[in-house]
Write a protein that binds this ligand. Structure first.
Ligand code: UGA
Length: 430
């Protein structure tokens, strides 16, 4: 896609250009920063990580995110570790991550800390400033935790603007989102954000109160997770009945009320978002005395899916001790180098616990996976992985569709059609 050409056509006029500071330059922050810069706004990126700041200033994308790598080369962004730089902006987006605590609830450290710093900085600001919370935080957090931090910061208005970016297609999702959700408790503040998106974005804008906006994000991710666990459940039944669940999903998808997205059965959902967001919603429900039974089951089923894969493996290789098991795919999904909550982690750990030797390949995620398993497994070429006693497919990278599986034992967790040619082939749900 010639993104820049397309974006230039849609740029706002000079008088509508804003200076935007983006605090936290992870996938969400960096995409937000580059996205608004592509739209012609002046962007200041703020992060405590000096190396990241240095890379952004050199127009090097510090993360593997295909669209961003090219887009960052041609946009005007200044990055700094100094939160004081936010003073020069009209709008600040808070984009810190919200990891899970051990009880599933969210850890607000990466939101609370920059918000406090920003609140301090904005004490010196004379004009009105808009603070936008872009991070995923459970309903009530913006008003209960963030707003009070800015009480002494002059004329600050606060909005929520949850992101719906997928890793791997983050910049495309930013530039053409299915919807833009603006949470506002102050109409004038919402108007500022609305104007920012009115310029050059063609997506529907949905304005609501802050708590509702926060919940829309959780409900959306929980629903996507539910669809995945739902189709995995159907797939588990299909497997017993000798039915291919992918054909079933296809047949279901023709129904407009159902649609065909998020119906790919497999070893379950991973990544930084779906698992932790569902855990946070379960924890928040518990806190208010409600048991979120559907969500609990979605999560339980997701935890059990990898166990099914291992059972299928053992059907063909009953003892794993001293056997070499090849693993194709380590990233939590294709198109990313991210291994956070990747199903490969628990599957490989289980293989090692049973005394297997593991040889693994991934086109992008080896470096990140090596940090988790520095010496326990061997990382090798796909050909070497295919020489193992049995092979597990854990990520549906396209290139796995051009390997030669003919004489192999393959247990497929992600539906790689070519692997069906294997001497022994088992799909997890088909
Ligand atoms: C998810 C949401 O899709 C985004 O809308 C949201 O903005 C983001 O979380 C976030 O909260 O920041 P992402 O984590 O990039 O995005 O991952 P997805 O593409 O949704 O995939 C999640 C997991 O579900 C992956 O492990 C994927 O393999 C699995 N999946 C997805 C399936 O097993 N089957 C499917 O049909 C779809």
């Amino acid at each position: 896609m010639d993104m820049e050409a397309k974006e230039t056509e849609l740029q706002p006029s000079e008088d509508k250009k804003k200076t935007i500071s983006v605090i936290g330059l992870g996938v969400v922050g960096l995409t937000t920063a580059v996205g608004f810069a592509l739209k012609g706004h002046k962007v200041i990126g703020i992060d405590i990580d000096e190396e990241k700041v240095r890379q952004v200033n050199k127009r090097i994308c510090p993360i593997y995110e295909p669209g961003l790598v090219k887009a960052i080369e041609n946009v005007e962004i200044t990055a700094t570790t100094d939160h004081g730089a936010a003073l020069k902006s009209d709008i600040s987006f808070i984009c810190g991550g919200t990891p899970s605590r051990s009880d599933g609830s969210i850890d607000l450290f990466y939101i609370d800390t920059p918000a406090r710093q920003l609140a301090e900085v904005l004490k010196a600001k004379k004009d009105r400033h808009l603070v936008v919370v872009r991070s995923t935080i459970v309903p009530g957090t913006t008003e209960g935790v963030i707003v009070p931090l800015f009480r002494n910061s002059g004329e600050v208005a606060i909005c929520a603007n949850p992101e719906f970016l997928r890793e791997g297609t983050a910049i495309e999702d930013f530039l053409a989102p299915d919807r833009i959700v603006i949470g506002e408790n102050d109409r004038a503040a919402g108007d500022i954000l609305c104007k920012l998106y009115d310029n050059g974005f063609k997506s529907p804008i949905y304005r609501t109160d802050i708590k509702t906006a926060e919940m829309i994000k959780y409900a959306s991710n929980a629903f996507l997770a539910t669809r995945v666990s739902f189709i995995n459940e159907i797939g588990n039944i299909c497997k017993e009945l000798g039915i291919d669940v992918y054909k079933v999903a296809r047949g279901m998808g023709y129904d407009k009320r159902i649609g065909s997205e998020y119906l790919s059965a497999g070893i379950g959902f991973g990544g930084f978002c779906l698992p932790k967001d569902i855990a946070a919603l379960i924890a928040k429900s518990r806190e208010i005395g409600h048991r979120a039974r559907i969500l609990e089951e979605v999560s339980n089923l997701n935890k059990k899916q990898p166990v099914r894969l291992l059972k299928l493996l053992k059907k063909h290789v009953p003892s794993l001790k001293n056997k070499t098991i090849g693993v194709l795919g380590l990233a939590f999904k294709p198109g990313t180098d991210d291994v956070r909550s990747s199903k490969a982690i628990e599957i490989i750990q289980a293989l090692l616990d049973e005394g297997a030797r593991v040889v693994a390949y991934d086109p992008r995620a080896i470096a990140n996976f090596m940090r988790l398993f520095p010496s326990e497994i061997e990382f090798a070429s796909p050909e070497k992985v295919l020489a193992a006693d049995a092979i597990l497919i854990l990520t549906e990278w396209d290139e796995f569709n051009s390997l030669d599986y003919r004489s192999k034992i393959v247990i497929d967790g992600r539906m790689i059609a070519k692997a069906k040619e294997a001497r022994i082939y088992e799909g997890i749900c088909w």
